[in-house]
Write a protein that binds this ligand. Structure first.
Ligand code: PNS
Length: 176
């Protein structure tokens, strides 16, 4: 049997429990899964590419067939470079479908031999996105349970000092 490699591309700024859930599911069905972090997806990311790579490497260490790469340019070109046969993407809700369908069909047009495989994360993560995690953290809300603990700590380290002070006051007052 031929070995099937898939890539799991994304911005991962920051990685969430939803991403981890999908990585675990992907690692169970593909022989090799390469998490692929896109360079320059946001003009001002919360985490640098290196920081995201470090976090994902730590988080995926238990999965022996998962590795972490960075890439720039077209996802399909990266997939071809690493001899992947599939692109793994998560679909959380019907609202994701249109954008994901568009991307999958464009990627198929660019490289017909590559398949996009959609998987659904566990339902408790169906509302979760990196953008919302960043927003909630920046506005002083708790992101516990939404991201792995090491990500939570590092997000905390990135916050504006005023937000940190407000968070500390709230936890002292027992509000968080
Ligand atoms: O985590 P995201 O931001 O939803 O990931 C989007 C990503 C990185 C998969 C997408 O923007 C992408 O593939 N970008 C690379 C450029 C590319 O190939 N564009 C054409 C895709 S149809």
């Amino acid at each position: 049997m031929k070995k099937v490699t898939a890539i799991y591309p994304g911005s991962f700024d920051p990685p969430t429990n939803g991403h981890l859930d999908l990585i675990e599911r992907g690692s169970l069905i593909f022989d090799e899964l390469r998490v692929a972090i896109l360079r320059n997806s946001e003009k001002q990311p919360l985490f640098s590419l290196g920081e995201r790579k470090n976090m994902l490497e730590e988080l995926t260490a238990p999965f022996k067939n998962v590795s972490v790469d960075t890439f720039e340019g077209l996802t399909v070109d990266f997939a071809v470079k690493v001899k992947a046969k599939a692109i793994l993407r998560g679909i959380r809700a019907i609202s994701d479908y249109e954008y994901e369908l568009q991307m999958a069909l464009m990627n198929r047009k660019l490289h017909p031999e590559l398949e996009t495989v959609f998987m659904m994360p566990a339902e408790q993560y169906s509302y979760l996105s990196s953008r919302l995690v960043r927003e909630v953290a920046q506005l002083g809300g708790s992101i516990a349970g939404l991201v792995p603990e090491l990500v939570e700590e590092r997000v905390r380290g990135k916050l504006d000092p005023a937000v940190k002070l407000q968070n500390a006051r709230q936890s002292k007052a027992g509000k968080r």
